[in-house]
Design a protein around this ligand. Structure first.
Ligand SMILES: *Cc1c(COP(=O)(O)O)cnc(C)c1O
Length: 401
C-alpha cells in the first residue's frame, strides 16, 4: 500500500477522534523523526511532551529489551522490583512519600481525585465534596478528569459529569477564594497549563492557594503530567515555585514513550487509601516501571536538567526575536522547554507549512504554537527550528493575506 492508501485504511478502522496530519511517521533518532518516505523532521513536539530523552536512546531501549525477556506483567497481587525502584526515584525527585502507578495521565488524575475524596470522607464521614479547578486547564478525557477540565467544549456532550467541580481563574486568587467552602476537598492546578495555551502560574498565586489549602486542610493537587519531568528546568515545575503539593500527578515523559503515569502523595494524605479503595491491572507493571526507573537514571547521567537550564535562555531569546519581527505574533510565554507563541490569527496553516519544511510543531488552542521539544535539544537545534518556523510563517502569512 502507498501512503494515501494507508491513510484511507486508517480512516476506515479508527474512531474519528482526531483530525490527523497527513504524515505517517516511521522511525526516530535523537530529535529527528522520519516518515515512511524517508523525509526528515526536526521534532519540537516530542509526541506531546513525551520523548524527553529523544528517540532511539540506546540505554533506554536496551533496558526495556532486557525486561521484556524477563517479565512484562505480574498484576499488583505480587511485588515486583522495578516498581519499587521506580517509586523510590519518584519519591526522591518529588519529595513525596507514596506512589501509585497508572497507565496514563487521565488515570493519574482519577486516582488523585479519589484520594482527595477519600481523605475528605475520612475526616467528615460525608462523601459530598467539591474540587476547585482552573479555567483553561486540561486534566484528561476520562469522566472524572473531564469533570475538572476547564474547557466546556470538551464537556458538553458528556454530562452529567461528577458533581462538585468548580472553576476559578489562573493567577486570580480572589476567584479561587470565592469558590472555597466547607465542602472543598481539593484544588487542582497545572503549574504551567499545557493544552490550554501555555499559561504559567505566578509564584504569589501558587503561594496564596497553598496558604488557603493549609488553613482549611484542603488538598493541593499539582498536575505535572505535561510540565513535569524536567520540562521547565526543575524536575517538577512546582519546584521552581517552592510550593509543594499534597498530591502530584505525572505521566507523559515519565515513561518517555511507554504508557505509564503515576500519582504521588504525602504520607498523611496517602494513608487515607486502604486495600480495596483503588486498583489497576496493568499499572506498575515491571516493563513500564523499568522505563520509569531508566528515565530517572538517564536524566542524571545525560544531565538533562542542566541542558534545559543551559539552552532555555537561548531558546527564549530567539523566540522573542521572532515575536518582535511579526506584527501578527502577540507574545511568547512559558518556562524552560515548554513554550507557547501566541499569534493574533489561527496557526493551523503555520503548522502545516512547518511540516512541509521538516519541522514538527503543535498547537495549544487555535492561536498558539506550542514548543515542547525533547529535552536533549542544543542551540543548533534551536537555530534550525527558528529558521524553519520563520520560513513556515512567511509562507503561511502570504497565504493569509
Ligand atoms: C496530557 C495531559 C493529561 C492526560 O494525560 P493522558 O495520558 O493523555 O491521559 C492530563 N493532564 C495534563 C496536564 C496533560 O497535559
Amino acid at each position: 500500500m502507498d501512503k494515501k492508501e494507508y491513510m484511507e485504511e486508517a480512516e476506515k478502522v479508527l474512531l474519528h477522534t482526531y483530525k490527523r496530519y497527513e504524515i505517517i511517521l516511521d522511525k526516530g533518532e535523537g530529535v529527528y523523526l522520519y516518515d515512511i518516505d524517508g523525509k526528515k523532521y526536526l521534532d519540537f513536539a516530542s509526541g506531546i511532551a513525551v520523548f524527553a530523552l529523544g528517540y532511539n536512546n540506546t540505554e533506554y531501549n536496551n533496558a526495556l529489551k532486557v525486561q521484556i525477556d524477563k517479565l512484562i506483567h505480574t498484576s499488583n497481587y505480587y511485588y515486583n522490583i522495578p516498581a519499587v525502584e521506580a517509586a523510590k526515584k519518584i519519591k526522591k525527585a518529588a519529595g513525596l512519600d507514596r506512589v501509585f502507578f497508572t497507565n496514563s495521565g487521565t488515570e493519574a488524575i482519577e486516582g488523585a481525585i479519589k484520594l482527595a475524596k477519600k481523605y475528605a470522607y475520612n475526616k467528615s464521614g460525608v462523601a459530598d465534596n467539591e474540587i476547585i479547578s482552573l479555567n483553561n486547564s486540561f486534566h484528561g478525557r476520562s469522566m472524572g478528569a473531564l469533570s475538572v477540565t476547564g474547557n466546556s467544549d470538551y464537556q458538553k456532550a458528556f454530562k452529567p459529569l461528577i458533581k462538585g467541580a468548580k472553576f476559578a481563574d489562573m493567577n486570580d486568587l480572589d476567584s479561587v477564594k470565592s469558590q472555597v467552602n466547607h465542602k472543598t476537598c481539593a484544588i487542582i492546578i497545572e503549574p504551567v497549563q499545557g493544552e490550554g495555551g501555555i499559561h504559567t502560574a505566578d509564584k504569589e498565586f501558587l503561594e496564596g492557594v497553598k496558604f488557603i489549602c493549609q488553613e482549611k486542610d484542603i488538598l493541593l493537587i499539582f498536575d505535572e503530567i505535561q510540565c513535569g519531568m524536567g520540562r521547565t528546568g526543575a524536575m517538577f515545575a512546582f519546584q521552581n515555585y517552592g510550593v509543594k503539593p499534597d498530591i502530584m500527578t505525572c505521566a507523559k515523559a515519565l515513561g518517555c514513550g511507554v504508557a505509564v503515569g503515576a500519582f504521588a502523595a504525602s504520607e498523611k494524605v496517602a494513608a487515607a487509601m486502604v486495600p480495596g479503595d483503588h486498583g489497576t491491572t496493568y499499572g506498575g507493571n515491571p516493563l513500564c516501571c523499568t522505563a520509569v526507573s531508566t528515565v530517572f537514571d538517564l536524566f542524571e547521567s545525560e544531565k538533562i536538567l542542566e541542558n534545559v537550564a543551559e539552552v532555555t535562555p537561548y531558546l527564549e531569546a530567539e523566540l522573542d526575536k521572532l515575536v518582535s519581527e511579526y506584527e501578527f505574533i502577540k507574545e511568547r510565554r512559558g518556562m524552560g522547554f515548554m513554550q507557547g507563541v501566541e499569534f493574533s490569527v489561527p496557526v493551523g496553516e503555520v503548522i502545516l507549512k512547518a511540516q512541509e519544511k521538516g519541522l514538527i510543531i503543535i498547537t495549544a488552542g487555535k492561536n498558539v504554537v506550542r514548543l515542547v521539544p525533547p529535552l536533549i535539544i542544543t542551540k543548533e537545534h534551536v537555530d534550525e527550528m527558528i529558521c524553519k518556523f520563520k520560513a513556515a510563517i512567511e509562507d503561511a502569512a502570504v497565504k493569509s493575506e
